[in-house]
Design a binder for this molecule. Structure first.
Ligand SMILES: CN(C)C[C@H]1CC[C@H](N2C(=O)N(C)Cc3cnc4ccc(-c5cc(Cl)c(O)c(Cl)c5)nc4c32)CC1
Length: 339
C-alpha cells in the first residue's frame, strides 16, 4: 500500500468495504476523535483515468450542497495517487433493498420517502444543479429511516443550458427520460422529474414501468412509450391521486412534465400532512454552533473567535469533519465533548 493511506490512518480507522463501483470503493471508517462511524469513498486517480472530471463534479456538488436529505461531505483528502472523500455513514443501507424486502410500500410509507426525495431534488434544483442519476440505489437510509441522496458523479448545472445526449450519456436506462434515450438535447432538471416518476412507480408498484433485462428491449419499451400515448399498465390498486401525480411526471414531452414547484403543492404529496413540504436546507453555512466550536477551540488551544473564523472557511479538513460530528452528537442529545 502506498503512503496515501498514511494521511487517512492518522485520523480514521479504516473498516470493512461497504460497496464499490466504477469509481473505486467505499469503506466504513471510524473518526478517531469522536468515535463516530463515517463512509470513505476511495478513488484511485490512475484507475479512474479520464473519468477524473466526474470526481471533480461530485466534489464541487458535495461541497456546495448541504441538505438534510443529501449525504453530508465531512472531509476530503487528495494525495498524489488517491482521493479520499469522507462522508456521512448511512447505516440503513440502500432504499432499493428496503423496497425489495417489502415487495411494495403502502401509499403512506411511499409518501414518507417520496416527500424526502422531492425535498432533496427541490433543493438541488434551487442551487442550480441537476442530479441526473436518480434511482433507488442512489438513495440510502439512516438508522432512523431518513433518506440521503448520493452519487453526484453525473450531476450538472442545468443553468449551463441544454446538455446534449452524446457528451453525457447518463445513469441507468430504466430511469432515463425519453429525451435522453432519443439523444435529443435535454434539461437535467426535467430529466430528474422523469426519473422521480419511475422511482415513485417503483415505490408504489414494487416494479418498474419499463423493465427488461435486454437493454435493446428496454429502450424499445421506453421509446414506444414515447411514440404511443405513453401507456404503461397502472395497477388497479393505485389511488387516483397517485395516478395523476405519476402521469404528470411521466410526461413524454419534457415541457409538459410537472415542475418541481408544482410537485411541492401536489395533493398526493400533501395528503394526510398538515405541514407543507419543508424542502429548504436546515443548514446555514454562516451559523456556527457555539458549543461545538468552543469544544474544538479548547481541544486545539485556540480562542473561540479564531475557531469560528476557521470553521466558516469550510475547508472540509479534519476540523470540519470533527465539527460536523460534534454537531451530530449534539442533535442526538449526546454530550459535546472531545477526549
Ligand atoms: C453502487 N454504487 C455505485 C456504489 C455504492 C457504494 C457503497 C455505498 N453504500 C452502500 O452500498 N451501503 C450498503 C452502505 C453505505 C453506507 N453509507 C454510505 C455513505 C455514503 C455512500 C456514498 C457512496 C457513493 Cl459512491 C457516493 O458517490 C456518495 Cl456521494 C456517497 N455510500 C454509503 C453506503 C452506496 C453506493
Amino acid at each position: 500500500r502506498d503512503n496515501s493511506y498514511a494521511a487517512l490512518e492518522s485520523e480514521y480507522i479504516l473498516g470493512e468495504e461497504l460497496g464499490s463501483g466504477g469509481f473505486g470503493k467505499v469503506k466504513l471508517a471510524t473518526h478517531i476523535l469522536t468515535g463516530h462511524k463515517v463512509a470513505v469513498k476511495i478513488i484511485d486517480k490512475v484507475a479512474i483515468g479520464d473519468d477524473l472530471p466526474r470526481v471533480k463534479t461530485e466534489m464541487d456538488a458535495l461541497r456546495t450542497l448541504a441538505h438534510q436529505n443529501i449525504c453530508r461531505l465531512y472531509h476530503y483528502i487528495e494525495t498524489a495517487e488517491k482521493f479520499f472523500i469522507i462522508m456521512e455513514y448511512c447505516s440503513g443501507g440502500e432504499m432499493f433493498d428496503y423496497i425489495v424486502k417489502k415487495e411494495r410500500l403502502e401509499e403512506s410509507e411511499a409518501r414518507h420517502f417520496f416527500r424526502q426525495i422531492v425535498a432533496a431534488i427541490a433543493y438541488v434544483h434551487s442551487m442550480g444543479f441537476a442530479h441526473r442519476d436518480m434511482k433507488p440505489e442512489n438513495l440510502l437510509l439512516t438508522e432512523d429511516l431518513q433518506l440521503k441522496l448520493i452519487d453526484f458523479g453525473l450531476c450538472a448545472k442545468p443553468d449551463q443550458g441544454l446538455q446534449n445526449h452524446l457528451e453525457t450519456c447518463c445513469g441507468s436506462p430504466a430511469y432515463a427520460a425519453p429525451e435522453l434515450i432519443q439523444g435529443t438535447a435535454y434539461r437535467g432538471n426535467e430529466a430528474d422529474i422523469w426519473s422521480m416518476g419511475v422511482l415513485l412507480y417503483a415505490l408504489l408498484c414494487g416494479a418498474l414501468p419499463f423493465e427488461d433485462e435486454n437493454i435493446q428491449q428496454l429502450y424499445r419499451k421506453i421509446s414506444c412509450f414515447v411514440l404511443s400515448i405513453g401507456k404503461y399498465e397502472e395497477p388497479e390498486w393505485l389511488s387516483s391521486a397517485s395516478r395523476s401525480l405519476l402521469r404528470s411526471m411521466l410526461q413524454v414531452e419534457p415541457r409538459r412534465r410537472i415542475k418541481i414547484e408544482d410537485m411541492l403543492i401536489h395533493p398526493w404529496i400533501n395528503k394526510k400532512y398538515t405541514q407543507p413540504l419543508k424542502w429548504k436546507t436546515i443548514y446555514d453555512k454562516n451559523i456556527i454552533d457555539e458549543e461545538c466550536a468552543r469544544e474544538l477551540a479548547t481541544y486545539h488551544r485556540m480562542s473561540l473567535d479564531e475557531m469560528v473564523t476557521t470553521l466558516k472557511k469550510w475547508k472540509f479538513d479534519y476540523t470540519t469533519a470533527t465539527y460536523f460530528l460534534l454537531l451530530q452528537q449534539k442533535r442526538k442529545g449526546r454530550p459535546v465533548i472531545l477526549p
